[in-house]
Structures are given as structure tokens and as C-alpha cells.
Design a protein around this ligand. Structure first.
Ligand code: FE2
Length: 148
């Protein structure tokens, strides 16, 4: 099975966000290979744990970035992030009940990569580039009091 590779077009220019996206890419690729692993169950549980860690850190940072930029699609985008967490919960429950569908997990992550990272997150990048701010990296620091 061929693995996904990082493409420079996915760079946001914000080092933290790019690092987090690359971490997710590693999770996606690991899950794509789970079916071939002798430690399948361990790999699945580790992947689910890593998905939570990714979501906790990355969504907080990316949502802060959207708020700082005044990104108009922020609420819709945040709802997508919540759906990722909800689906990860459901997959974890299924796994704990011994009812894990690895294909479901794999399909979910591939779809998330193709539709969210490659399409939706790139919209934030394009907005930032066309914005007066000019560059995501130059956006002002997040102010905790601005959080909703
Ligand atoms: Fe996102």
C-alpha cells in the first residue's frame, strides 16, 4: 500500500501547525499499515491515543489561529474538529468492546486527511495569505481572553 507524503503545498507557514499536520500524516500512514501488523490491536490503540493527543493540541492551536485571523469559516471549521473528536470516541468505544473495524478507522483517517487537511485547512492558509495580515506566522499572539 502506498503511503501519503507531505507536499509543500500543505505548508501553512506556521511551524507548530505544520509539525502537527505532519504528526497526523504519520498516524494516517501507520493506520494504513495496521492490517499487515502482527500487533494489530496494540497499533490500533496507540493510533487512537495519538489521535486524541493530536486533536487536543492541534485543534486548540488551529482554532486560536482562526480566531486571531478573523477567519470567516471558523465556527464551521470548529464543528468539523468536534466531529473528529466524536468519531475518535466512537472508535475507541468500539475498540474497547472488542468490536474494532480497522477499515472504518482507516477510511475515517484517509477521508479526514483528504477533505479536512488538504481542503479545509488549506482554505485557512489561503485566507491568511490574501488577508492584510499577509502571513500566518506574523499574526498577533493569541490572547486567552479572546477564547470563546
Ligand atoms: Fe482543521
Amino acid at each position: 500500500m502506498s503511503l501519503f507524503e507531505w507536499d509543500d503545498s500543505l505548508n501553512t507557514g506556521e511551524a507548530t501547525i505544520d509539525r502537527q499536520h505532519k504528526n497526523l500524516l504519520a498516524i494516517v500512514n501507520r493506520v494504513r499499515l495496521v492490517g499487515e501488523s502482527p500487533d494489530r490491536e496494540v497499533e490500533v490503540m496507540q493510533s487512537l491515543t495519538d489521535m486524541y493527543l493530536y486533536a487536543k493540541e492541534h485543534f486548540f492551536d488551529e482554532e486560536g489561529l482562526m480566531d486571531r485571523l478573523g477567519y470567516p469559516g471558523a465556527e464551521r471549521h470548529k464543528a468539523m474538529h468536534k466531529s473528529f473528536v466524536d468519531k475518535t470516541h466512537a472508535l475507541t468505544d468500539a475498540c474497547l468492546e472488542g468490536d474494532m473495524d480497522v477499515k472504518d478507522l482507516c477510511d475515517f483517517l484517509i477521508t479526514w486527511w483528504r477533505r479536512h487537511i488538504v481542503v479545509e485547512d488549506v482554505k485557512i492558509v489561503r485566507f491568511a495569505m490574501g488577508n492584510a495580515v499577509g502571513n500566518i506566522a506574523s499574526a498577533p499572539a493569541n490572547n486567552a481572553s479572546d477564547k470563546h
